[in-house]
Design a binder for this molecule. Structure first.
Ligand code: F3S
Length: 755
């Protein structure tokens, strides 16, 4: 499992020269983000300055990480690329396919039986192609990456939107679709639009009940779910230095919730402490030797307005604990305002569950601070009012927390310790009674709270908070409980107050673990056979998508005009569908079933223009495909926000959708659509969304002259015989137009054209 210190030293060895070259072309001091980007240019030293938000640039990431749900499709694609081994260090982490039900031991045993075929597939592909494999139960990808692989100044991509968590250790770590991972593992450059930069200056110091989570909950409230789109968020200031490395990870983690490309912090002593505590003293030493390159030039933080596109300042000393939600992570409510807001909005006050865990908040520090609250409840004679569940972030965290008595503290309060895995965060939660769809409230320390996300119940009001606040609220059972001011009644009828949480940034006795759950790949995997049964309903080898036919697209039907929020969860639901992530045809049966049809306000009910009848979205699209008719999907703002899952792009492609036309896209989803050979288009005039009617037929005109920056035309033929013609924009560059023409980026790799 050893991280690659030689690789890290090589990266650092070129830093000085690369940054000097970058400073010369940019002709001003550099932010940390720019240093990392310019140090990872595919073509070597910078010869030109790139324009933020405009230039497409090729990079050479240092690592790739994949989780089990997305790795299946990424690796099925990699198998088609014809390479004997991955070109950069890569790992697979089995964390998504384990349902939380009775507790770690039983749940893990069930999952390894239920998903044996998938885990065996991932293990054998990893073994064959030189990929490190983290077994089920080893931990959540981003915690394991932070503990083992992240390094200051590094660049990493991962097939999960919360890959950004590694920014807590000073990386630029970016979530991508599997096709991007496939490119990098095949030794090809990775393309990204040079990001804009948001600087967040943190002054003061966290205190009392406030935690790093509250910083990002506050930032999400300021920037909203799309405020970070196309941007890297760089945190700095005294407040940044005063926080732990894992706390910084929490902040970067939820940068995904504001649509940011990634977030990062400059190298500091908290990172050094974390590296040394996680057995990476040599990485800390190597980083110390180049530390002036691992943070911005001093002029930048002295005058941030001059160097960032946007600057936000937050005083940590004045920051209140927040609860964000329900149904969106940017609806930020300070704890002192919750009573009022809940009453105003009709949010149920009775809290049924408190859940601590997810890649966002499952570090040793998180567990120790939450445990300090749980311990007080036991000591002060309080009875926990809501159910309480914990998912530790990794086996190393779990083992150490068990050794130090933290887990016993939770179980003393009758909490259930679930597996070191995603569990309820990804909808893998066998919550008793969820099928009744009753209105209820839960509080968790995760990052996402879209409708149905945790338990499939659209009436679950989920609020996101820090682990210590989740513990306090689970104990009180009351969403409006403010531990800073309120008291609770104990078993003797006395009013007691919870003291502010305390915890350890790192375990006093060091981390410990018996079996971290890592499996190294074979030195030579050429003889390893990867078997995929043709009758499997979990795995299916991929067939190449057809190339573009060379003409404009005519006679397309409207599959759905999605109304309002349409995240990747709406496009390709997780939860019960996770099991089909390696089988494109089967998972396509969830295509857009969560999206709201603009014309009837229903989910999974669209008009089949061939029969005039309403039916499920996947069945309707299959009917168009059987009739040889293409279709388009229309959407609203920030379409495809949320996860990196490329199934949300591959499913419509597989079923014959030709274009997705929206007011605006979330970055990863837009790239995923392009990679799979789809047309990702935006309304030139957002008002034209209103021109799309239920019985419309469309032509997409201008494809024979498809060129960067040149709009296409959408001809809209309405059922009453009238016709509208509107301009639709796209952001394809030459290379991406090549993907469209070839029928997908993988077709180009396969043909060897890009090797
Ligand atoms: Fe897993 Fe939830 Fe993170 S699904 S990777 S714990 S966002």
């Amino acid at each position: 499992m050893a991280f690659d210190i030689d690789m890290i030293k090589k990266v650092y060895a070129r830093y000085g020269e690369r940054i000097t070259a970058a400073r010369k072309v940019v002709n001003r001091p550099l932010t940390l983000t720019e240093k990392i980007l310019y140090a990872h240019l595919w073509d070597g030293n910078a010869t030109q300055a790139y324009e933020r938000g405009v230039s497409y640039v090729d990079f050479a990431p240092d690592r790739v990480a994949m989780q089990d749900a997305t790795a299946q499709m990424a690796l099925l694609q990699f198998m088609q690329a014809g390479r004997p081994k991955v070109a950069v260090p890569s790992t697979v982490h089995c964390d998504h396919l384990i349902r939380a039900k009775e507790g770690a031991e039983k749940d893990l045993a069930v999952a390894t039986t239920e998903s044996r075929e998938v885990f065996d597939f991932l293990a054998s592909v990893s073994n064959k192609y030189g990929i490190g494999f983290w077994k089920p139960g080893a931990g959540i990808i981003h915690q394991v990456v932070l503990e083992n692989y992240a390094f200051p100044g590094g660049m990493m991509i991962g097939t999960d939107s919360h890959t950004v968590n590694a920014g807590g250790l000073g990386m630029l770590a970016i979530g991508v679709g599997g096709a991007d991972a496939c490119d990098v593992m095949a030794g090809l450059p990775w393309e990204l639009k040079f990001p804009k930069l948001i600087g967040v200056k943190l002054t003061g110091k966290l205190n009392g009940w406030t935690a790093p989570k509250d910083v990002i909950l506050k930032v999400a409230g300021i920037l909203t779910v799309k405020g970070g789109t196309g941007c890297v968020v760089e945190y700095f200031g005294e407040g940044a230095k005063s926080m732990s490395c894992t706390g910084k990870g929490t902040i970067c983690n939820m940068g995904a919730e504001i649509g940011a490309t990634t977030s990062t912090f400059g190298y500091d002593e908290s990172m050094e402490r974390y590296l040394r505590a996680t057995n990476r003293a040599d990485v800390a030493d190597a980083a110390n030797a180049v530390k002036e390159h691992l943070t911005a030039d001093p002029e930048v933080y002295a005058d941030p307005e001059r160097y960032f596109d946007q600057v936000i300042e937050i005083n940590l000393s004045e920051l209140e604990p927040h609860l964000n939600g329900p149904f969106t992570p940017d609806l930020a409510t300070p704890v002192s305002k919750m009573k009022e807001e809940a009453a105003k909005n009709g949010w149920p006050l009775k809290v049924e569950w408190g859940l601590i865990g997810s890649c966002t908040n499952s570090s040793y520090e998180d567990l120790s601070r939450a445990a300090s609250v749980a311990k007080q409840a036991v000591d002060k004679g309080l009875v926990r009012k809501a159910e309480f569940g914990i998912n530790p972030g990794s086996e190393q965290v779990r083992y150490t927390a068990a050794r130090d008595g933290l887990l016993n503290t939770f179980t003393d309060l009758d909490a259930t310790i679930f597996t070191n895995a995603c569990g309820p965060c990804i909808g893998m939660w066998a919550r008793v009674g969820a099928e009744k769809a009753e209105k209820n409230t839960i509080v968790h320390s995760f990052n996402r709270n879209f409708a149905k996300r945790a338990d499939g119940n659209p009436n679950t009001f989920a609020f996101v908070a820090s682990p210590e606040m989740v513990a306090a609220i689970a104990i009180s059972g009351d969403l409006s409980f403010n531990p800073l001011t309120d008291t609770l009644i104990n078993d003797k009828g006395e009013a007691v107050k919870l003291d502010p949480p305390v915890g350890d940034e790192l375990p006093k006795k060091g981390f410990d673990v018996e079996d971290p759950g890592y499996q190294a790949p074979a030195a030579d995997g050429s003889d390893v056979v990867v078997a995929v049964s043709p009758t499997s309903d979990r795995l299916q080898l991929l067939d190449p998508f057809p190339a573009w036919e060379g003409t404009d697209l005519k006679g397309l039907k409207l599959l759905i005009k999605a109304k309002g929020k349409c995240t990747t969860d709406h496009i390709s639901m997780a939860g019960p569908w996770l099991k089909y992530r390696g089988h494109l045809d089967n998972i396509s049966n969830n295509l857009l079933i969560g999206a709201v049809n603009f014309f009837n306000d229903k989910t999974d009910s669209v008009k089949n223009q061939l029969t005039g009848e309403y039916g499920p979205v996947p069945a309707t699209q299959r009917a168009y495909k059987a009739a040889g008719i293409g279709s388009i999907v229309v959407g609203d703002e920030n379409y495809g926000e949320g996860s990196s899952r490329e199934h949300a792009a591959m499913e419509p492609r597989h079923l014959g959708v030709r274009a997705v036309l929206v007011k605006s896209f979330a970055r990863i989803h837009e790239t995923n659509l392009k990679k799979q050979g789809m047309l990702a288009l935006t309304f030139a005039d957002k008002e034209d969304y209103n021109k799309i009617l239920e019985d419309d037929t469309f032509d997409i005109v201008g494809l024979t002259e498809f060129a960067p920056g040149k709009p296409l035309t959408l001809v809209i033929r309405h059922a009453d015989g009238t016709v509208d013609e509107i301009a639709v924009n796209h952001s394809y560059n030459e290379q991406q137009i090549g993907w469209f023409k070839a029928g997908g980026a993988l077709n180009i790799i396969r043909q060897g054209l890009a090797s």
